[in-house]
Design a protein. Sequence first.
Length: 142
Amino acid sequence: MEIVHLLRAVAVELGRHSARFAQRNGMHPTDVRALVALMDAARAGEETTAGRLGAALGLNSAGTTALVDRLERAGHVRRLRGERDRRKVTIVVDERAVALGWSHFGPLLHRAVDLLRDYDERELAAIRGFLAGVLDATAQGG
């Protein structure tokens, strides 16, 4: 249980870190979650529509539209129309938002990467497997 309690403590501290970022930048915590979801999708080579973003965040259509409008007004995202199908609109994170995020989260991410350098491949595989299992259990509701 010690490791589970440490994981819970890490989750709480990450939430606080994210909340400080949101507060300092006049954002709602859901705005930060949306930006993370969009950046994760881009890193995976996936395009994100408003519908896909709303589903990822558990928002209805109206809530998703309000979220994207708010992020677009703040200059954090852009709506891009498809080249082949102009009806298809994807949401992309503006580079300024990426830079803003790195200015806040970068030191923490660098420290985490530095900590991982102390582990061998077998240990990293165990850490990866544990975190993937917890993520899967969480996504399934416990």
